[in-house]
Design a protein around this ligand. Structure first.
Ligand SMILES: Cc1cc2nc3c(=O)[nH]c(=O)nc-3n(C[C@H](O)[C@H](O)[C@H](O)COP(=O)(O)OP(=O)(O)OC[C@H]3O[C@@H](n4cnc5c(N)ncnc54)[C@H](O)[C@@H]3O)c2cc1C
Length: 404
């Protein structure tokens, strides 16, 4: 008979949120815990395919979970990287308005930044933009010094090392397939054997709604995958970008708008767009899963969302299939960029929680049930905010699990 292991706590998902939560729980001590990850390595999905930006907290509604956790998490992350010799650079970023209509949104960004405690922001005129980014064009800009870059896969591996050092376990190739609740324990059937635990935390990212259902909880949302595709600047043209260069986001669609990002390992990426994906872990334009596509299409919230946002959706599809359209969006920031200067690079898939009403959940969403916590929406800046989110979940867990 296969071995059955017992723990106080099982965390499902070895992305940055699951490992940060495990680190926070392990640091508190007194809890035998395991992280269950279905892939042969950590950070295989959202975490390992993101832009590698340490966000400042500029965009988020003051007081929201995103704003609070991003600001606290960002500084904790810089400290963690310094203590663990993980390369991270606080290089700052420039947000550029290219038309008069964008000025009110730039003003609003500055106000939000101030409310979120961002010191040292600088408003820029057209010539000052060029002091920071010599090849960028705009009528006004905002320099934000707190933004930085890092490799989130390395950060996740370092969190996992901390977990192991504190006596926690990380099980790879361990997909949770079935969950059975008993009177005082929960039995998780995984591809690496059976795990018995007292409590569980679901940090399954693109599968968080399905894992919640496996656990007997109706998540009331559906995860809809949005692929973000990147181009990379050819090395001989990488000098066009010094650090990070962003357009002013549309306040209604803050996650849209392709930008330039210098990467910590070298090179410059442009993107990502946000294209509705037909496979939750589908990284190419051809990826298709009948189960995932049907799951999206039969959800009433999807059609309500589509009725509102179809115009945006078509624009994103166009930028996905047409390099010329993608490059046109980039040329608004750097007019001398030519199609030959960039080539297609990788992609990431965002787990976006969608309500039945058709509303895209904007803030982090974490719900409790008996002896369970489910992280149902952890979009950007969850990687930046991971240490703060992990601490917040650990605090919830201590309260929630002590009641049982
Ligand atoms: C294109 C893109 C760019 C982004 N850029 C940034 C950025 O620059 N800065 C930033 O702060 N944030 C960024 N984000 C957001 C950030 O990457 C995510 O918020 C964060 O990685 C979420 O982490 P997670 O642990 O919740 O999810 P994931 O990293 O997706 O981890 C979930 C894990 O759960 C595992 N899993 C799922 N189901 C099961 C199961 N049944 N059993 C066991 N394991 C399971 C998966 O294999 C996966 O490893 C970006 C995201 C994307 C997609």
């Amino acid at each position: 008979m296969a071995e059955q292991r017992s723990f106080d706590l099982a965390i499902i998902g070895g992305g940055i949120v699951g490992t940060a939560t495990a680190m926070a729980m392990a640091r508190r001590g007194g809890c035998r815990l395991v992280v269950l990850e279905k892939e042969p390595r950590l950070a295989a999905h959202q975490t390992g395919n993101n832009s590698g930006v340490i966000h400042s907290g500029l965009y988020y509604k003051p007081g929201s979970l995103k704003a609070r956790n991003c600001v606290a998490g960002r500084e904790a992350l810089y400290r963690f990287c310094a203590e663990h010799a993980i390369p991270a650079e606080r290089c700052g970023k420039v947000v550029v308005a290219t038309s008069e209509e964008q000025i009110p949104a730039l003003d609003e960004l500055q106000r939000r930044g101030e409310s979120n405690g961002l010191d040292g922001m600088r408003r820029l005129g057209p010539l000052e933009i060029r002091e920071f980014e010599p090849h960028a064009t705009g009528i006004a800009g905002l320099f934000v010094p707190q933004t930085g870059i890092v490799d989130y896969s390395r950060v996740t591996d370092a969190y996992a090392d901390e977990v192991r050092r504190s006596g926690g376990e990380i099980m790879l190739d361990a997909r949770v397939r079935r969950v059975v609740h008993e009177a005082h324990a929960t039995v998780l059937e995984t591809t690496a054997g059976t795990v018995r635990c007292h409590c569980l935390i679901n940090c399954a990212g693109l599968h968080s709604d399905r894992v919640a259902r496996l656990c007997g909880v109706d998540p009331e949302i559906r995860i809809v995958p949005f692929r973000g595709e990147y181009y990379e600047l050819r090395p001989e043209r990488a000098h066009l970008i010094r650090n990070l260069l962003y357009p002013v986001p549309d306040p209604e669609f803050p996650f849209l708008g392709v930008h330039f990002t210098r990467m910590i390992a070298g090179g410059v990426e442009a993107g990502p767009n946000a294209v509705l994906a037909f496979k939750r872990e589908g990284y190419s334009r051809w990826s298709f899963s009948p189960r995932d596509a049907c799951g999206t299409l039969v959800f009433p919230g999807f059609w309500r969302m589509a009725a509102t946002y179809w115009r945006m959706g078509i624009g994103e599809f166009a930028r996905s299939w047409s390099k010329a359209a993608f490059v046109r969006a980039l040329q608004a920031l750097v007019p001398e960029l030519r199609p030959d200067d960039v080539h297609r690079a990788g992609a990431g898939v965002r787990a976006q929680a969608l309500a039945r009403s058709g509303k895209l959940l904007d803030d982090f969403c974490i719900v409790e049930a008996a002896r369970q916590i489910h992280v149902l929406n952890a979009p950007s800046p969850a990687a930046t905010a991971s240490i703060a989110i992990g601490e917040a979940i650990a605090t919830m867990a201590a309260a929630c699990f002590s009641r049982t």
